[in-house]
Design a protein around this ligand. Structure first.
Ligand code: CA
Length: 222
């Protein structure tokens, strides 16, 4: 899952990002309001950690734009201002949670997990047909053959995306936006390479699930 941190205190943003990456999230950082707004509206994030006091556009304005655009994204507001008024303003504009500064990164990570694990708290794996993706051991397993193989971080994210959208054609652009987002080092042949690794692993465990190439359109898990 992908998280955006909009925070002009670079050291704090890095600290939070490092902590969240340990929980396997993909994390991007914006250090000012304009870039934060652009990124927030990209639609590729599951959760946004939004500081209120920002250069350029402030966090409340960004939150209003996010909700105006009906984006399905959780928002946790951060601020050094602890007045009740700010708290109400944040919730009134559709913030999901509010963390006053200073905070402990463990507490923020717990709040992030609470927001993103809604409905997922009892399970540590997801399943499509006979294919199970195990979050704890970062592996895939066929429930028919019982065979297991480990997957790396990107393979895991790709499989999670496909398993959340079974039977749906996912275009290359959708996959890039979702998995690589702003990472400029993603080369055009990366996806083919990853799909080839994933297909090999699906074959190794002998699952009935496969990922088909849909000519000129993208990929589909079935
Ligand atoms: Ca700030």
């Amino acid at each position: 899952m992908r998280i955006l941190i909009v925070e002009d205190e670079c050291a704090l943003a890095e600290l939070v990002a490092d902590r969240l990456k340990r929980d396997r999230y993909t994390v991007d950082i914006s250090n000012d309001g304009e870039e934060g707004l652009d990124n927030a509206l990209s639609g590729i994030y599951d959760l946004i950690i939004l500081d209120i006091m920002l250069p350029g556009i402030d966090g409340i304005e960004i939150l209003k734009e996010i909700r105006k655009n009906n984006l399905d994204v959780k928002v946790i507001m951060l601020t050094a201002r602890t007045e009740l008024e700010d708290r109400l303003l944040g919730f009134g504009n559709g913030a999901n949670d509010y963390v006053p500064k200073p905070f402990h990164t463990e507490e923020l990570a717990a709040r992030v997990n609470a927001q993103l694990n809604v409905g997922k708290a009892v399970t540590d794996s997801m399943t499509f047909m006979d294919l199970t993706l195990d979050y704890g051991s970062s592996s895939i397993r066929s429930e028919v053959t019982g065979e297991t193989v480990d997957v790396n971080h990107k393979e895991f994210q790709l499989l999670e995306y496909f398993m959340n959208n079974p039977g749906r054609i996912l275009s290359r652009d959708m996959i890039y936006d979702r998995i690589w987002g702003m990472d400029s080092e993603a080369l055009s042949n990366n996806l083919e390479a990853y799909m080839s690794f994933i297909r090999k692993k699906l074959r190794i465990i002998g699952t009935d699930v496969s990922i088909k190439t849909v000519r000129n359109m993208g990929y589909k898990m079935e």
